[in-house]
Design a binder for this molecule. Sequence first.
Ligand code: ZN
Length: 79
Amino acid sequence: MFKSVLTIIFVVVVLLLVRAVMQRFKLESNKTSSVSNNSNQDTVQCLQCKTYIPNEDAIFRGDKAFCSTQHLHDWKQNN
Ligand SMILES: [Zn+2]
């Protein structure tokens, strides 16, 4: 009984250590690479079709974003 509890504690500690190391690697790779790798912050919504697209693929007109020039034209015609 006591041995199995020790085994479980050992496994948990190892898992926590692995997770800590992984997170450290992740943080370091985020620092070195550009901000555009952060997918949560760098997507914009197309005003026409409401699709979320990466910032770098979006077409901007002022503060408005579009997934394609086609949708930019569509939106212009409707507004
Ligand atoms: Zn669109």
